[in-house]
Design a protein around this ligand. Structure first.
Ligand SMILES: Cc1cc2nc3c(=O)[nH]c(=O)nc-3n(C[C@H](O)[C@H](O)[C@H](O)COP(=O)(O)OP(=O)(O)OC[C@H]3O[C@@H](n4cnc5c(N)ncnc54)[C@H](O)[C@@H]3O)c2cc1C
Length: 478
């Protein structure tokens, strides 16, 4: 049998995280079929190589990297295997993107029940992280809409799982460290229009933001808030809330028109500037002064022009706001960016978020973009969610601030843990093993390591994130 894993220069690539702030070399292979993945895993085990799986590389840290090892880029496994326009059930290979998924189903009146804030990720990557949307408190995570899946284990075994199987909640959320999803069946959400009805208003401080998000969750299908990370004092945590609801049958007079793909396409130009180069115009503003100016202008316009407005927006425009400006992350400059996202129970969220925002000011590292969402707990093994709120903060990385960012993240972690909060591996670049252990608890991690020993006894699947967060805990919990 010829070798599949030829570690030649042809396969050597420097891979990056989404924010271009972390990079690592790896031998990259791009399988097209599950059998090829199985060959790669077997050979990696025989030759003592470690493997990371990679979807679209949209995670903010290092869960899709294996420094010096092998990375299986699964984007070529991207066939849609079955579609039932009556039930909204679709079976896909893991490399199908969220973009392809909604574009495939929308004209038949279906929209994915859960989508992240960008349409670029793959379904396999989304299931590994168990992503949430702006409707998490209501719709749960993507894993809650999977009716069946097939996965390849590093032992070579192939498993077919339904949500009732014990392995299901462990594999979903395991960040590519327990097995490889090879086929995923999702149930989509019925929609009667290509639009949602959106409400938007400004909130003057954090307390109001959390109260309003909570109060509107009964009457909305989505709630989310943009937070001005530069505001201090009485305006700490001010921002703008967006809520949205699906339209009922009959509310849209032209559903065939709004459900059409042309109607959903995001505009090519914004203020006459081609959106492909827009990030270059943003770059001069990516400093403390520019950041303050943009956030203040955005808040003031939310308070005046956009206050208490109700309007209709396409599903794509509402859900994928960040995709309006392709490569916006490049505006952060050479050092790139990281995101810090935490999830805090509702009773403690106000105090914790207030302290966290003050911490960012004390460290002179205010967030460039803050987003707050409402969540509910779920049954997945490495779950990030709680009955509460999440705060996501983007930080610019420079050569000079990496150490300070880590120091600040350590302080933020302590605040989150004291508040009974959790972290999210898809957004993590700064967690420590201790913080990870404290957030999930020993029982959960012991169960994880038991499964790891059973499903991947030779530890073939070892991402850089696994090495950073899990591996140091293994001996300790043995
Ligand atoms: C602008 C932006 C907005 C975002 N908004 C949200 C949001 O609102 N909510 C949210 O939850 N997340 C959000 N994310 C995070 C993103 O959805 C997740 O990081 C997602 O996992 C990325 O998918 P990917 O295909 O890029 O996978 P990658 O980032 O390449 O990989 C993610 C993980 O999946 C594993 N993996 C990949 N394929 C497979 C497979 N077939 N089988 C098993 N494991 C696999 C990898 O090993 C890795 O651990 C956002 C990211 C960006 C860049």
């Amino acid at each position: 049998m010829p070798s599949h894993l030829t570690l030649s220069l042809d396969h050597l690539r420097r891979l990056e995280n989404f924010g271009h702030s972390i990079s690592a070399p790896a031998y990259v292979f791009r399988p097209t079929h599950a059998e090829q993945v199985a060959h790669f895993l077997r050979e990696a085990q025989e030759r003592n190589l470690r493997v990371a799986l990679r979807g679209a590389g949209r995670s903010y840290g290092d869960p899709h990297m294996a420094s010096g090892g092998v990375v299986l880029d699964l984007r070529r496994m991207n066939r849609i295997l079955a579609w039932n326009p009556d039930s909204g059930e679709i079976t896909v290979e893991p490399g199908v993107t969220i973009e392809r998924l909604w574009q495939y189903a929308l004209e038949d009146g279906w929209w994915p029940a859960v989508v992240p804030g960008t349409m670029k990720p793959t379904i396999g990557g989304c299931l590994a992280a168990n992503v949430h949307g702006k409707n998490n408190w209501l719709a749960g995570t993507i894993g809650e809409h999977v009716t069946r899946l097939r996965a390849l284990l590093p032992t070579g075994e192939e498993v077919a799982l339904s949500p009732d199987d014990d392995l299901f909640p462990a594999l979903v959320s395991s960040m590519g460290t327990l097995g490889v999803f090879t086929e995923i069946t999702l149930r989509l959400h019925r929609v009667h229009s290509g639009e949602v009805e959106v409400g938007a208003w400004a909130v003057p401080h954090l307390k109001q933001m959390l109260d309003d998000l909570d109060a509107h969750k009964e009457s909305s299908d989505y709630v989310v808030a943009w937070l001005d990370g530069t505001a201090r004092g009485k305006g700490l945590g001010r921002g703008q809330i967006h809520v949205a609801r699906y339209l009922e049958p009959g509310e849209d007079w032209h559903p065939a028109r709004t459900l059409a793909l042309d109607y959903q396409t995001l505009p090519e130009n914004i203020l006459f500037v081609p959106k492909s180069v827009l990030w270059m115009f943003m770059r001069p503003f990516m400093n403390r002064l520019g950041l303050w100016g943009i956030n203040t202008a955005k808040y003031l316009s939310a308070r005046t022009l956009g206050n208490h407005k109700t309007f209709r927006q396409s599903h794509a425009a509402f859900n994928f706001l960040l995709d309006y400006v392709p490569h916006w992350e490049r505006a952060y400059g050479k050092g790139g960016l990281i995101q810090y996202q935490c999830f805090v129970p509702k009773e403690n969220a106000y105090e914790a978020f207030r302290e966290m925002l003050e911490t960012t000011h004390r460290h002179s590292l205010p967030t460039y973009l803050g987003v707050v969402k409402r969540h509910r707990p779920d049954r997945f093994l490495l779950s990030h969610a709680v009955d509460g709120f999440s705060l996501a903060m983007d930080f610019r990385v420079t050569n000079g601030n990496r150490r300070r960012l880590q120091d600040m993240a350590d302080v933020l972690n302590r605040i989150v843990l004291q508040a009974g909060g959790r972290f999210y591996l898809a957004k993590d670049a700064t967690l420590t093993p201790d913080a990870w252990l404290a957030s999930l608890g020993e029982d959960t991690l012991r169960r994880y390591f038991d499964l790891k020993a059973q499903l991947d006894p030779h530890e073939v699947l070892q991402t850089d994130q696994y090495r950073r967060l899990f591996a140091p805990l293994k001996e300790r919990l043995a």
